[in-house]
Design a protein around this ligand. Structure first.
Ligand code: HEM
Length: 505
């Protein structure tokens, strides 16, 4: 009996010994790596509680209640420097607004960082696709999707014009009526995204063709993503039957478009001449995906992913931009002057791209209110950041595997050293003559291999709406005395909408 006990003790000690050796080796290897690269620890930490970081929770709750999370983030960077640490329950995170650090995680050391931790929150609605996977899966998604954003597809303005006419039919034209443009922009972008992706719009601007609650379900389903993301490891206990129902409605809604796409591809394979004819007519995103893979589930997932990535982002940008335009009549007049040469007709794609002041206004909105204001990556292996270590924050930092590196585009876009003392102001002229070259300091669409695949499409859509609105309405006036307030969901939009009055040209 004693022998058995000794054997057990010996075995336990051996296991502990091996474990200690592994830890010691890892510790020494990390120390060597950090020393060889001149790394220094990040000097400042937001949390005073070193174990779980619970002390920062009241501040976060307060900021969230006041709808000032991003403003609070800016204050933290002003107090703690451009890179600091925070303890978030079981893990630590490094927070940064250094362009060089962001370039490192998104581009130079792309393979060292991932977003795999996002998948569990997104999977019930999106499945596995371009927006929520890493590695080979992501690379395959990207090569499946990217070819569909050709110049020809992006430069086809026909759908945008049809939808503008639907929009104009709904907007009031007298200065006494107040309208919330934000609501209309969300309808415009769901209509255009579904037309682009499925070849058929859900027609929310034309009430008669509305899908089976798709737009509402898609909106509510995103709440599930946000809550699951916030709960982290506790998400297993999260239940919201309405979210489950909305996920089902959305996926069931898209499934018939996937089936149609595969039927169309089968039919065209049987009749090659017809395919060539169809190609000349109109290219439909879902059909293109179906022609590149036989995996129906994959096509469904990718369509869900692109819809999520592309819809609310564009709508939020339009609402934020018009919020600022409505408060700056001189800017609105300047936009109208720039578009005057068109004499009221719709611009061509080339004309649209040449409208410099339109471009500066869109750029400035994305600077002041970037619709993806915060983002993060998880270190997949032990790695490094070039800046943030030591008291002055100028030394490299060792980043152990599993650390979250969060970057805050909103706060970076307001850095005075990058944008000048008027960084908080909406001033499109700052982009004139390419005087300003912030490179990785300006990042509304991300950078590196995962740069937004729909960037050109989004900018075309937004510029088109700006131009057509500027032609149609002589006066755009704000009907909201409150300052811009954040509504931080998966994207950043205006909490009080975009309440304006419009006067016809
Ligand atoms: C103003 C509009 C838009 C903004 C500001 C924007 C911004 C972004 C950002 C910041 C990312 C990186 C997300 C991350 O890696 O965490 C991203 C990725 C992506 N965007 Fe956009 N986006 C916009 C519109 C669109 C549109 C219209 C589409 C498609 C029709 C689209 C499709 C995508 C896709 C598929 C990805 C994932 C790319 C990848 O991971 O390889 N986006 N976008």
């Amino acid at each position: 009996m004693y022998l058995g006990l000794y054997q057990k003790l010996f075995a336990t000690a051996a296991v502990l010994g091996v474990f200690a050796c592994v830890l010691a080796r890892r510790y020494l290897a990390r120390r060597r790596l950090a020393r060889d690269h001149g790394c220094q620890p990040v000097a400042r930490c937001l949390s005073k509680d070193p174990f779980l970081g619970l002390d920062t929770i009241p501040m976060s709750i307060r900021a969230s209640k006041q709808h000032k999370i991003l403003e609070q983030n800016c204050k933290n960077y002003a107090l703690y420097g451009n890179t600091f640490k925070v303890k978030e329950l079981h893990r630590s995170a490094i927070l940064t607004i250094e362009p060089e650090n962001i370039k490192t995680i998104l581009s130079l050391k792309f393979g060292d960082y991932g977003i795999g931790h996002r998948l569990e929150a997104f999977r019930p609605l999106l499945g596995e696709g371009i927006f929520d996977t890493d590695g080979h899966h992501w690379a395959a998604s990207r090569s499946l999707i990217r070819p569909s954003f050709t110049h020809r597809q992006v430069a086809d303005l026909t759908t945008l014009e049809h939808l503008i006419q639907d929009l104009f039919a709904l907007l009031p034209r007298d200065p006494t009526t107040v309208v919330d443009l934000q609501d209309f922009f969300f309808r415009y972008t769901i209509d255009s995204a579904t037309e682009f992706l499925f070849g058929q719009s859900v027609g929310t601007l034309k009430k008669s063709r509305s899908g089976p609650n798709f737009a509402e379900a898609f909106h509510y389903a995103q709440r599930g993503i946000i809550v699951r993301g916030m709960l982290g490891p506790l998400k297993a206990f999260y239940r919201d039957p309405k979210v489950d129902e909305c996920n089902r409605i959305c996926r069931d809604f898209v499934q018939p478009f996937v089936d149609d796409a595969f039927h169309a591809v089968e039919a065209s394979n049987a009749n090659k001449g017809r395919q060539a004819e169809m190609d000349r007519e109109k290219r439909i995103f879902s059909h293109e995906l179906a022609s590149r893979t036989s995996d129906r589930r994959r096509v469904l997932n990718e369509l869900m992913n692109v819809l999520l990535a592309g819809r609310d982002t564009t709508a939020s940008l339009l609402s934020n931009l018009f919020f600022m335009l409505a408060r700056n009549p001189a800017i609105w007049d300047k936009l109208r002057s720039e578009t005057a040469f068109l004499q009221g007709r719709a611009p061509s794609y080339e004309e649209l791209r040449n409208l410099k002041y339109v471009e500066y206004c869109v750029k400035e909105s994305l600077r002041l209110h970037p619709v993806v204001p915060r983002n993060e990556r998880e270190a997949l292996r032990d790695t490094m950041l070039p800046l943030g270590g030591g008291k002055n924050g100028l030394s490299p930092v060792f980043v152990p595997k599993g650390t979250l590196v969060a970057y805050n585009v909103y706060a970076m876009h307001r850095r005075i050293d990058l944008y000048g003392p008027d960084a908080e102001e909406f001033r499109p002229e700052r982009w004139e003559n390419h005087k300003l070259r912030p490179r990785w300091g300006y990042l509304p669409f991300n950078g590196g291999p995962r740069i937004c695949v729909g960037q050109r499409y989004a900018l075309t859509e937004v510029s088109y709406v700006v131009v057509r609105m500027a032609q149609e309405f002589r006066i755009l006036e704000s009907r909201d005395v409150r300052p811009w307030e954040e509504l931080l969901t998966l994207t950043l939009s205006s909490r009080n909408g975009t309440k304006v009055s419009l006067t016809a040209a």
